[in-house]
Design a protein around this ligand. Structure first.
Ligand SMILES: [Zn+2]
Length: 170
């Protein structure tokens, strides 16, 4: 579902196992994640690894917490506002038929929102994205396309959220 690099987890949390999402956030902070899109006040936004759904992003809660309902309500709302802003950015960048928002966390219990654009030509468009075989959905974009998409999404997020910080150009 998310790229796992097996690197060291940087976050706390109840589990002994390193958190893959805390590790991703560390890579965003270090400028070491090619799919980093933007840093927002309550989240880090990355391009997801299933670019069959071109524009799919994951919104990672800035701090390690396992459940939305365990967040202070203002923090949960702020994170959701940022998730909606990501949805708006994806909609403007890819003109999808429909967006899907999902907060699952069964594999990585660190709150994160998946935002998927769905398109008319998807033969499985009525089904959850996870029903498509992994080998089909987990495709990477051509590098120029990926960079351009990240630029467009980041610019749109900065328009919406004054405090957003872009990916390091590269
Ligand atoms: Zn974590």
């Amino acid at each position: 579902m998310l790229p796992h690099d097996g690197g060291e987890g940087a976050g706390g949390g109840a589990t002994a196992r390193p958190c893959g999402i805390c590790a991703l956030i560390e890579r965003c902070r270090a400028g070491n994640l090619a799919d980093f899109v933007a840093e927002l006040p309550h989240s880090f936004v990355i391009l997801g690894d299933a670019q069959f759904y071109r524009g799919y992003c994951v919104v990672l809660a800035r701090r390690h917490i396992n459940e939305v309902h365990l967040m202070p309500p203002d923090e949960a709302r702020a994170l959701f506002d940022e998730t909606v802003a990501v949805g708006r950015a994806i909609a403007r960048a890819t003109r999808p038929l429909k967006l899907n928002y999902e907060c699952l966390g069964n594999l990585e219990p660190h709150v994160h929102w998946h935002v998927f654009p769905r398109v008319e030509t998807d033969t499985m468009r009525a089904a959850p994205v996870w029903m498509r075989p992994e080998a089909e959905r987990k495709v990477a974009l051509e590098d120029c396309d990926r960079r351009e998409l990240i630029r467009t999404l980041g610019a749109e997020l900065r328009r919406q959220i004054a405090a957003a910080r872009p990916a390091i150009a590269g």
